[in-house]
Design a protein. Sequence first.
Length: 289
Amino acid sequence: MVVVTGQNKVSATPDDAMSSSDAEDDFQEPATPTATQAGQALPLLPQQFPEVVPLNVGGMFFTTRLSTLRRYEDTMLAAMFSGRHYIPTDAEGRYFIDRDGTYFGDILNFLRSGDLPPRERVRSVYKEAQYYSIGPLLDNLEDIQPLKGEKVRQAFLGLMPYYKDHLERIIEIAKLRATQRKARFAKLKVCVFKEEMPITPYECPHFNSLRFERSESEPKLFEHHCEVDVSFGPWEAVADVYDLLHCIVTDLSARGITVDHQCIGVCDKHLINHYYCKRPIYEFKITWW
């Protein structure tokens, strides 16, 4: 091995010599890209954009000003067309965004003049605004229907313990029963109750005295599990049983599940004296095809 320092050449002694195989084991130089690989590399950044930008969004064509795409600095579109990132073009030279372009026109209309979409497109445009990280549009959409109402509904459902878990249980039970019976639909019993304690019109005057006369050592006579598949409740809010039923059906329908329900009676479990459970029982019918 020869070490060169300045103009002086020093020859290594035989004892210090290393074989070529040992040297390769200790150190391997990184591979140098070939001329062919270099020719296939992406264009050097930054990328230059025209003042009027032609766009191809998932096969749909749009044209807008560069300043429109850069209207809000903290958005994905502003970052994409900042020049720091390479944007591919189609055969016609349009800048290509690999995203469904159905609602991209609504995105551009907001960036141009602050216009909001009609109510029937609000949810879909909101999803696109999330993808493109357009904070001002998200804030505006959240303040109008139906998203504003959805925020109120979610606040109510936040009072419901294990709501999402119960929805999953309804789906799993209905799926299992339909599969086992080779049936098009499945039925299950669901209890939806707002009050923890049993209350009927003629028992209300005596209910409080019975409740407070119990000692702490007595069993909790009113706490039991109704003989149903899934039970929702109790909760403390103005919204009643029918409001929760609407939420359940709405959320199941949003997942493509067809559901019908009807009240088939109340839980008749005897608790104490003349007190019975009286929680309403509903039959849910899940149709699979």
